[in-house]
Design a protein around this ligand. Structure first.
Ligand code: ADP
Length: 305
């Protein structure tokens, strides 16, 4: 049985179809990614799945329970890491875990027993009695993650878990999420970071305007949607790039331009690399295609605010 099953989900706000007939299933013990540009409907989808918003149409089963009808029962098996930390600033780290346990109907004595392990998981053992205001952004995120685990859930929802963190703090969160997956938890994740999705997700969907536009493992999506190699060419002497692109367009399957950079998507980059070796005023990077290239191809380069 899927940990989460969503079928024909719809939600309308005003005259806008924010979720427009979405279907997907999340297998237990896997990490599932929900990707999409700003306004694509990711947070609304998470809220619908948790029973925090009522759908206009569609079926949701979470932890074997129908949502929203049985949301309260399902949520006992579910932890949530919200987009913005909402820790209680008046309490210490340990007290935040204790108070949160009460929302799940847990006895203080049981939570107290779990606190050392939760703090250790979050690398916050030495901060047990520290106030929230004294924690760094990364520490707050880790405490929010530990808090989501207070009732030992089977499924954890994470809404942009590493937004605003520095690289070291992100790596620590990734390591902890991998540990949770190894322990058999199901992770459902939204993120703007394609490297994060590529590292963590077994499967993912890309949504835009409330619709699913791609689904698969990161590797499958890269193999299906995009040429395997990219050469990014940068203009170093203004005006050199357009002429180079015009003259060498046919050496790539696809060329995209964005400001002072041209992206040549190729199956065989060697002829292009040979041409670049003799080109003045240009700098280039040759790399394998990644999930970000797929995302940009599917959702476009225009800014979404
Ligand atoms: P994402 O998480 O992908 O950025 P959201 O689900 O937050 O997208 O939002 C999708 C769209 O739905 C946005 O245009 C947003 O303004 C709109 N929206 C979200 N929640 C509400 C609400 N409660 N009332 C009206 N519009 C909303």
């Amino acid at each position: 049985m899927a940990a989460l099953n969503v079928s024909g989900l719809k939600k309308r706000y005003g005259d806008s179809d924010v979720v427009a007939g979405l279907s997907f299933a999340v297998e237990p013990g896997t990490c599932f990614g929900l990707l999409g540009p700003n306004g694509a409907g990711k947070t609304t989808t998470l809220r619908l799945c948790l029973g925090l918003t009522a759908p206009d149409a569609g079926d949701i089963t979470l932890a074997g329970r129908a949502i929203p009808a049985d949301a309260q029962v399902a949520r006992a098996k579910v932890g949530v890491v919200p987009q913005f930390d909402n820790l209680d600033p008046d309490f210490t780290c340990a007290e935040n875990l204790l108070v949160f346990g009460r929302y799940f109907g847990l006895k203080d004595a049981d939570v107290r027993q779990r606190i050392p392990a939760l703090l250790e998981f979050a690398s916050l053992t030495s901060k047990a009695d520290a106030r929230i205001a004294t924690l760094s952004g990364g520490m707050k995120r880790r405490l929010t993650l530990a808090r989501a685990l207070v009732a030992d859930p089977d499924i954890v929802f994470l809404d942009e878990p590493t937004t605003g963190l520095d690289p070291q703090a992100r790596h620590l969160i990734w390591e902890r999420l991998k540990k949770l997956k190894s322990a058999g938890k199901t992770l459902i994740l939204t993120t703007h970071f394609m490297d994060e999705a590529e590292r963590l997700c077994d499967r993912l969907i890309v949504i835009d305007h409330g619709r699913k536009i791609a689904e698969g493992s990161p590797r499958e999506l890269i193999a299906t949607h995009i040429e395997p190699q990219v050469v990014e060419v940068f203009d170093e002497a203004a005006g050199t790039l357009p002429a180079f692109v015009d003259a060498h367009r046919q050496l790539a399957e696809r060329v995209e331009q964005s400001g002072e950079t041209a992206f040549f998507y190729c199956r065989d980059p060697q002829p292009l690399l040979a041409a670049l070796a003799g080109a003045d005023g240009l700098r280039y990077v040759h790399r394998a295609s990644n999930l970000e290239d797929v995302f940009i191809k599917l959702t476009g380069r225009e800014l979404r605010d």
